[in-house]
Unconditional design. Structure first.
Length: 400
């Protein structure tokens, strides 16, 4: 069963909360009705199953309605953060060749998007293709980001919005598997608070995970440290997923004196430093944890279970955690021989959630796949004797 069917057929009361945004709450029934309206509109406009629909996704309830409505219609969403420019949306449309484009209406509270059909023959995707994800390449530490929308605006998926994007195809089976792989993890405990863009991989992962589990979602992006602290208090969150920019903002904001009841800050968007972990612990008494993933792998492939976090969270500051169940990780030297424990080398990952391929046929620079299905996208790191991964501090270990 596809995720949208699991979400809408969860057997919960129609008046159960589904999405919180600002001062409003969208019920499960209202969410289902809005999703069905979008699907019906797409059908009337001739959108056929297996074709793409480009979606300029706002960080409002409508953003989730767009994605779920496209799935409900049997089509493939190609989401792009609404903070992205019209030129970037045009580039997405040219590359994925959608049957239609959906955009937010002028009323930010509306659950009805603006829908326009695209001329020409749309491209048809594989029957199991679920998502065409845009993931910008990360800015390396030595490369200034000249295209970010502002100091507080990040993509949430791979650090600052920056250079040319690569677009990957994720399947329904892989996407559902990635959501279901969160049992007993810090990632699952952080599902109800979405402080990252809905169109980003970690933002969408958090929202889908919470809705599939029968919970509700609080959309915060873009948010201030004070808004985040208030949201975790109101929703009783045990963990919350944030990016590196928000870690700095939280630590440096004198108005935020507590993050209670949060126990864990889960950092995506790049490797977290031991110094950041110590700053968070000193300031709030909270454990900050890293993670690691790439769009090619299908999202996060290394993270923390609740048990690991309780035992080793403060003892291994800066680690990305251990591989998710079903994920295999290799660290290889340049001569392709296995590196020893603690020895830095190339990271090769084989993931059950891996992409079905890039949207285009071009060869992405730096991406290699071996005969066993292990993928290397250019990242380096090492694994310690306890199986915990550490990203090389000279290489940006960015996330899907």
């Amino acid at each position: 069963m596809h995720l949208v069917d699991r979400i809408l057929a969860a057997g919960l009361p129609a008046d159960a909360p589904a999405v919180h945004w600002r001062e409003t709450t969208l019920s499960r029934g209202a969410l289902a009705a809005a999703v069905d309206r979008v699907a019906a509109t797409l059908h009337r406009m001739g959108v056929a199953p297996g074709t793409a629909v480009a979606a300029h996704v706002p960080d409002t309830p409508l953003g989730l309605v767009m994605v779920l409505g496209i799935w409900r219609a049997g089509a493939v969403p190609a989401p792009l953060d609404a903070a992205r420019t019209a030129a970037e949306l045009d580039a997405l449309v040219a590359e994925v060749r959608p049957a239609a484009v959906v955009r937010a209406s002028l009323d930010c509270t509306s659950l009805v998007p603006l829908v326009s059909a695209r001329p020409g023959e749309p491209r048809h995707y594989g029957a199991d293709v679920a998502l065409l994800l845009t993931a910008p390449d990360p800015v390396r530490p030595s490369e200034p980001d000249e295209s970010a929308a502002g100091p507080d605006r990040t993509d949430g998926a791979e650090g600052p919005m920056s250079r040319p994007s690569r677009r990957v195809q994720w399947t329904h089976r892989a996407l559902a598997g990635a959501v279901d792989a969160t049992d007993d993890t810090v990632r699952a405990r952080a599902g109800g608070i979405v402080a990252l863009p809905v169109a980003s991989a970690p933002g969408l992962d958090a929202a889908l995970g919470a809705l599939v589990a029968g919970g509700s979602v609080a959309l915060l992006a873009p948010c201030s440290p004070a808004a985040l602290a208030d949201a975790v208090r109101r929703h009783g969150a045990e963990a919350v997923t944030i990016d590196r920019v928000m870690i700095d903002a939280l630590v440096e904001d004198p108005a935020v004196t507590t993050l209670e009841p949060v126990r864990y800050l889960r950092c995506v968007g790049g490797a977290i430093s031991p110094d950041d972990v110590r700053r968070v612990r000193t300031r709030f008494g909270v454990t900050a944890l890293g993670s690691y993933g790439r769009p090619e792998y299908g999202g996060e492939v290394v993270g923390w279970t609740i048990g690991d976090a309780a035992v080793d969270g403060d003892l291994k500051p800066g680690s990305a955690g251990r591989p998710v169940a079903g994920v295999e990780l290799r660290v290889l030297r340049r001569d392709r021989t296995p590196a020893d424990a603690g020895e830095t080398g190339e990271l090769w990952v084989r993931s059950p959630f891996a992409m079905a391929g890039y949207v285009t046929d071009r060869v992405e620079p730096g991406t290699r796949v071996d005969a066993d299905g292990f993928v290397h996208v250019g990242d380096h790191g090492h694994v310690d004797r306890d199986g915990f991964l550490w990203i090389d501090p000279g290489i940006d270990g960015s996330h899907a």
